[in-house]
Design a protein around this ligand. Structure first.
Ligand SMILES: CC(=O)N[C@H](C=O)[C@@H](O)[C@H](O)[C@H](O)COP(=O)(O)O
Length: 229
C-alpha cells in the first residue's frame, strides 16, 4: 500500500510546537504522535529537522509529512530548495513546502524546486501548501504529488475562523492529484465535512496537539460567560 493509499479517507495529525513552548522537544512530539496513532490517526505531519529525525526513527512505518518553518511571515514553510533537501534527507515520506505563487527566498520557482528535489530524492512525494485555487493549478503544473489547503487564510488580512471547505471542494473537483484538507479544522464534524467536500485526507493540528491554545479557548469562554452574567 502506498502512503497516499494509507492516508486515504483518514486523519493525519500535525504534531508541532513553537520554539520555547513547553512541548518543544522531539521526545514530546514522538509521544504526541504515538497518542495520535493510538487514537486512530493514519499519519503524522511535523516540523523541524530534530523532530522529523526522532519521529522517523520511532515510527518507521507511519506515513510522515515533513516541513521546516523558517521565519514567521511571507514564504516560511520549507521556503527553499536547501530546506526541502534537508527535510527529505530525514527520511520523511512527503515533503510539504510553500506552494503559493509568491517569490521564494532562494529565487527558484516552485517548478525548479520540485524538479531538483525529485532528482536528489526520487522516492519522496511533494505536497504543495497553497492558499487558493490559482496556486494549486500552478503547483500541479510544477509537478507536485498532492496539494494541501494549509495556507488558505494565512497570506494576508485577518485569519478566518472556519476551515476553507469551499476551496477544498473546488480543488477536489478540479485537480488530478489528491487534495488534503488542512487549516482550522477544529472539530470532528469539520473533519468529516472536509472529507464530504472531497478531501483525500484531513490534517488536524491545533485542536489535537496544541494544549495551550485549546486551553485558552476554554478559559476565554469562561471569561466571556462571567462577563455576560
Ligand atoms: C499556516 C501554518 O503555518 N500552518 C502550519 C503548517 O504546518 C501549522 O502551524 C498548522 O498547525 C497546521 O497547518 C495544521 O493546521 P491547524 O493547526 O489549524 O489544524
Amino acid at each position: 500500500m502506498t502512503v497516499l493509499d494509507t492516508i486515504h479517507g483518514r486523519l493525519v495529525v500535525s504534531c508541532q510546537a513553537d520554539p520555547g513552548e513547553p512541548l518543544d522537544d522531539p521526545a514530546h512530539m514522538v509521544a504526541l504522535a504515538r497518542s495520535a496513532l493510538r487514537g486512530g490517526a493514519a499519519g503524522i505531519r511535523a516540523q523541524g529537522l530534530p523532530d522529523l529525525r526522532a519521529l522517523r526513527a520511532a515510527l518507521p512505518d507511519t506515513p510522515l509529512i515533513g516541513l521546516v518553518k523558517h521565519g514567521g511571515s511571507g514564504v516560511y514553510i520549507t521556503p527553499t530548495l536547501a530546506h526541502a533537501d534537508a527535510v527529505a534527507a530525514t527520511g520523511v515520506d512527503v515533503v510539504a513546502l510553500d506552494g503559493t505563487r509568491r517569490p521564494r527566498p532562494d529565487g527558484r520557482t516552485l517548478a525548479e524546486t520540485v524538479t531538483e528535489l525529485r532528482r536528489r530524492h526520487p522516492r519522496v512525494l511533494v505536497m504543495a501548501d497553497v492558499a487558493d485555487a490559482a496556486d494549486a493549478y500552478e503547483a500541479v503544473a510544477a509537478g507536485v504529488d498532492l496539494v494541501g489547503t494549509t495556507l488558505s487564510g494565512y497570506t494576508g488580512g485577518a485569519v478566518p475562523h472556519d476551515p476553507d471547505l469551499a476551496l477544498i471542494a473546488t480543488l477536489a473537483g478540479a485537480l488530478p492529484v489528491p487534495v488534503v484538507a488542512e487549516g482550522r479544522i477544529n472539530t470532528p464534524d469539520e473533519a468529516a465535512a472536509a472529507l464530504r467536500h472531497g478531501a483525500h485526507a484531513v490534517v488536524v493540528g491545533t485542536a489535537i496537539t496544541r494544549p495551550a491554545v485549546v486551553t485558552a479557548r476554554f478559559a476565554a469562554a469562561l471569561v466571556t460567560d462571567r462577563e455576560m452574567s
